[in-house]
Design a protein around this ligand. Structure first.
Ligand code: M6R
Length: 361
């Protein structure tokens, strides 16, 4: 049942404020400025012993893991990274007892992720799951974890589950941080930020008509560049994947700083750039990158917290805490991909060549 929407994708994008509300519900502990995660199976002593975090997922879940890694590193100060599960399992990785492994999956059935979990467990590692589908293979195989509570996601391309997965990682990072060195004040700051998310998401969704007009402006592109820096880079990766999957427009995502090391050669009027430009300590750096693009006559659509004069168009999103900004900045770009695909007459819920869950090797 699409509940009045024309596609599942549109329905699922529209459900995100409620979905985020669900992943937060019952988990926040105001008294100690932390969160409780029932199924984690990780006591405080074990949490303090973690030396590294390695996150594994595929596609959108891998991208959510990239933001998750930066949340864990930022809030819990544990070195963390995310890697495609398929790469990990084929490179005979060193499995380290002091590393916490986290498998991320919407379906909980993706074969590459499941195989990585099984290999890790065979080697004695501790593996948590950040999974949407309750009781799925990866959820059962993991030692514990955090359910994402996005609700059923039908569209082949993941939207609300991506957002909820990142919020689930914020909860995990806050939990680990408060067991380790995150202050009460910072815990409070993040909790307040988390509580603001549903209303801010709703505010972004209300701007859909404007985003639809922008999509019409850029739908003629043969190819698009997505750039971001540090926290903005995974947002760029995910937005470029969404555009590719449903519009079939070729898209590249690069760290803004890498432009001058090669991809700047591609910039011309026919290759517009979507720039992720949060108002944080990197704002000036991101403006400089936009200037480089303008100097090559590139068109720019910025996603930012304030109007960007270097850009041809700016989608303004509400500001949250720096750490949580990536959650919000991805949402207008889901709508951009959606309306671009719609303008091009694509089969949005069932893009060619793709399946909802990839249960084969
Ligand atoms: O169910 P999973 O999260 O494990 O699926 C992983 C990927 O196959 C999935 O995210 C894929 O990239 C989607 N089509 C993204 O929109």
């Amino acid at each position: 049942d699409m509940g009045g929407h024309d596609t599942y994708m549109h329905k699922e994008i529209s459900e995100q404020a409620d979905a985020v509300d669900r992943v937060l519900r019952g988990r926040i502990d105001e008294k100690f400025s932390t969160v409780h995660l029932g199924g984690l199976n990780l006591d405080a002593r074990e949490a303090r012993g973690i030396r590294r975090v390695k996150i594994l997922g595929c596609g959108t879940s891998y991208h959510a893991g990239l933001i998750g890694a930066s949340l864990i590193e930022g809030l819990a100060r544990i070195p963390a990274d995310s890697e495609p599960a398929s790469e990990f399992r084929y490179r005979n990785p060193v499995v380290d007892p002091d590393t916490l492994y986290i498998a991320v999956s919407q379906s909980g059935e993706t074969y590459d992720v499941l195989a990585a979990v099984q290999e890790l467990k065979r080697k004695g590692a501790r593996v948590l799951g950040v999974v949407n589908v309750v009781g799925s293979a990866i959820a059962r195989e993991a030692d514990g974890g955090v359910y994402v509570h996005a609700g059923p996601e039908v569209c082949v391309v993941s939207t609300k589950c991506f957002t909820n997965t990142v919020v689930a990682f914020a909860l995990l990072a806050l939990h680990l941080g408060r067991i380790r060195d995150l202050s009460v004040a910072d815990g409070k700051r993040i909790i307040e930020g988390l509580r603001k998310l549903p209303a801010q998401i709703q505010e972004i969704l209300e701007g859909e008509e404007d985003i639809k007009k922008l999509a019409a402006e850029y739908a003629d592109a043969k190819s698009m560049m997505f750039i971001g820096r540090v926290r903005g880079y995974p947002v760029a990766l995910e937005a470029s994947l969404k555009l590719k999957e449903i519009s079939y427009i070729h898209a590249e995502a690069y760290p803004a700083s890498e432009l001058k090391h090669g991809p700047l050669a591609l910039i011309e009027p026919a290759m517009p750039t979507v720039a992720i430009v949060p108002s944080d300590s990197l704002l000036e750096k991101n403006r400089a990158a936009m200037e480089e693009i303008k100097a090559r006559s590139g068109r720019i659509l910025a996603v930012a917290h304030q109007e960007q004069e270097k850009a041809d168009h700016t989608i303004i999103v509400p500001k949250n805490e720096d750490e949580l900004d990536p959650i919000l900045m991805g949402i207008p770009l889901q709508l951009l991909a959606y309306h671009t695909a719609l303008a091009l007459g694509r089969d949005i819920d069932k893009p060619r060549n793709l399946a909802k869950s990839v249960t084969v090797e």
